[in-house]
Design a protein around this ligand. Structure first.
Ligand SMILES: CC(C)(COP(=O)(O)OP(=O)(O)OC[C@H]1O[C@@H](n2cnc3c(N)ncnc32)[C@H](O)[C@@H]1OP(=O)(O)O)[C@@H](O)C(=O)NCCC(=O)NCCS
Length: 192
């Protein structure tokens, strides 16, 4: 558990997700604009879905962290491990930030935390799977050193049932640390 400063000087608490977060987690997902919920893989406005996510996190199947401001959740980040032997050196990253906290470097902060966990678990390569219209996600992953691996046309359906292309990006741990250093140096933040 730790407090982190954002680009605008405000502070968030970053810690692992726990069952005590069920209500604020539900509030967070239900409060997201439809556009940001449209491309999520599961319907996180449902209590049973959110409860299952928390149980998976507590069981260690997924590393899940949240950013909190008081009792409010303002972001959620995850690293999902693979149970398949041939993919056991890879993991998938997911991150979502509340609209009013976007563009304050919170997404980058969560991604950095997720990479720390990836390193501890000996993950060699982190993969991001996003829907083609998630342009902000594509930008942040590009700015942190992810590269485009593939675009699968009409591979997924969004929450409205509309087919969308699935964009697959990836980054090795070595590439990530070097890009993160450049990212913060260029932005002259947080160390000045
Ligand atoms: C993608 C998302 C997590 C980014 O979070 P964020 O906290 O706003 O991102 P940051 O402030 O850390 O951005 C870091 C850098 O990424 C790039 N970036 C992030 N959002 C961007 C946008 N909308 N347009 C252009 N560049 C963007 C910029 O280079 C930015 O640095 P800068 O603000 O100094 O220019 C957020 O937009 C979100 O939750 N979107 C909806 C859900 C989603 O698409 N999740 C990804 C699925 S895995």
């Amino acid at each position: 558990m730790k407090f982190e400063g954002l680009k605008d000087g405000s502070t968030v608490l970053i810690r692992k997700l726990a069952m005590e977060d069920l209500e604020c987690s539900l509030r967070f997902f239900q409060g997201l604009p439809e556009e940001d919920r449209r491309y999520l893989r599961v319907d996180v406005t449902k209590r049973e879905v959110v409860e299952r996510r928390i149980r998976q996190a507590e069981a260690g199947e997924v590393y899940r962290i949240v950013a909190l401001v008081g009792d409010d959740m303002v972001a959620d980040g995850a690293l999902e491990f693979s149970s398949e032997g041939w993919r056991s050196h890879t993991a998938e990253i997911r991150v979502i930030v509340a609209r009013e906290y976007q563009r304050r470097r919170l997404g980058a902060l969560l991604i950095q935390e997720v990479f720390r966990e990836a390193q501890k678990r000996n993950v060699e390569k982190v993969v991001a799977r996003i829907a083609a219209p998630q342009t902000a996600a594509r930008k942040i992953f590009e700015s942190l050193g992810f590269r485009l691996e593939a675009v699968l046309e009409d591979h997924i359906k969004d929450a409205t049932g509309q087919p969308q292309a699935l964009v697959i990006m990836s980054c090795t741990l070595d590439e990530m640390w070097s890009e993160l250093k450049d990212f913060y140096e260029d932005g002259n933040w947080p160390d000045g």
